[in-house]
Design a protein around this ligand. Structure first.
Ligand code: GAR
Length: 193
C-alpha cells in the first residue's frame, strides 16, 4: 500500500536530500511535500532535482492552525522533522499521535532541549570531552527532544576530533540510518526502543 510522508526542514537539507534519494525509485513511498520555515534554506535547492517543490511557511501560518490543516488534508502516514528547528505545537502532536518523528544529533537525553541543535550540540559534546556521541531518532511530543526513542546509533570520539569532525561523524550516521528507519516505521517493522 502506498505510504505518504511529509518532510519539514529549516536549513541545509542534507538529510532531506538523502531521504529523497533513498525513496526516489520506491513506488510504495511518496514524498508529498517538503515544508520549510526558511525561504533561504538550502533544502529548497536540494529538492529541485527530485521534481519536488518546497512549501515555505511563516510563523503565523505555523501557529494559527492553517499549516496544520493543510497537512492534515494531505493525510500523511509520517511527518519527518529533518533539521527542523521550530517547536511542534500540542495541536500537531494531538492530530498526529506517534506519526511525527525527529532526528537529533546527539545521544538523547544528553544534549537535548531548546537551543540544542546543529553545531551547538557538537560544540557542547567537544567541550565536555565526550568519548562518544551519536544520533537519536524519536517520536515528537510536546517537549523538545523528549519523545520516546525509536533508534540510536553511536560513534567513538577521539581527543583530536574537533567540532567539524564531530559534525561529519554525525552526518555520516544520519545518512546511513535515517531513511532506513523511516522505511521500517512505514512498514511497521520498528517501534520504540
Ligand atoms: C542534522 O544534523 C540534524 O540532526 C540536526 O540538524 C542537522 C540538519 O542538517 N537537528 C537538530 O539539531 C534538531 N534539534 P541538514 O539540514 O543538513 O539535514
Amino acid at each position: 500500500m502506498l505510504k505518504k510522508i511529509i518532510l519539514l526542514a529549516s536549513g541545509n537539507g542534507s538529510n532531506v536530500e538523502n531521504i529523497c534519494r533513498f525513496f526516489e525509485h520506491d513506488d510504495n513511498i511518496e514524498i508529498l511535500g517538503v515544508f520549510t520555515n526558511n525561504p533561504k534554506a538550502g533544502v529548497l535547492k536540494r529538492i529541485e532535482s527530485f521534481g519536488l517543490k518546497g512549501i515555505v511557511f511563516d510563523r503565523t501560518k505555523f501557529t494559527n492552525g492553517n499549516l496544520l490543516e493543510e497537512i492534515k488534508a494531505l493525510s500523511p502516514d509520517l511527518i519527518v522533522l529533518a533539521g527542523f528547528l521550530w517547536k511542534i505545537g500540542p495541536d500537531w502532536v494531538r492530530s498526529f499521535p506517534s506519526k511525527i518523528i525527529n532526528i537529533h544529533p546527539a545521544l538523547l537525553p544528553k544534549y537535548g532541549g531548546k537551543g540544542m541543535y546543529g553545531n551547538y550540540v557538537h560544540r557542547a559534546v567537544k567541550e565536555n570531552n565526550e568519548k562518544e556521541t551519536g544520533i537519536t531518532i524519536h517520536y515528537v511530543n510536546e517537549e523538545y527532544d523528549k519523545g520516546n526513542f525509536i533508534f540510536q546509533a553511536r560513534v567513538s570520539l577521539y581527543d583530536q576530533d574537533n567540532e567539524s569532525d564531530i559534525a561529519a561523524k554525525i552526518h555520516s550516521l544520519e545518512q546511513q540510518h535515517f531513511p532506513k528507519i523511516i522505511a521500517s516505521l512505514l512498514n511497521n517493522n520498528v517501534n520504540e526502543i
